[in-house]
Design a protein. Structure first.
Length: 60
């Protein structure tokens, strides 16, 4: 059972998430051979103040 975790800055629409979930599901089916029903995509909406890189918050 493939499980794909996607971390995004908040603000993406449901339609964007649907399209991305479908794209991941189709690619997993094509590459791994797993049926679409087995693929899970989990979206984690993050605010920019919850994400840091190079020692700085993304919101800075």
């Amino acid at each position: 059972m493939p499980a794909i975790h996607v971390y995004l800055y908040e603000g993406r629409t449901d339609d964007q998430k649907r399209e991305l979930a479908m794209a991941f599901t189709k690619d997993v089916e094509k590459i791994v051979g797993s049926p679409p029903e087995a693929t899970q995509v989990l979206f984690h909406d993050m605010s920019q103040s919850d994400w840091a890189y190079a020692g700085k918050l993304a919101s800075d």
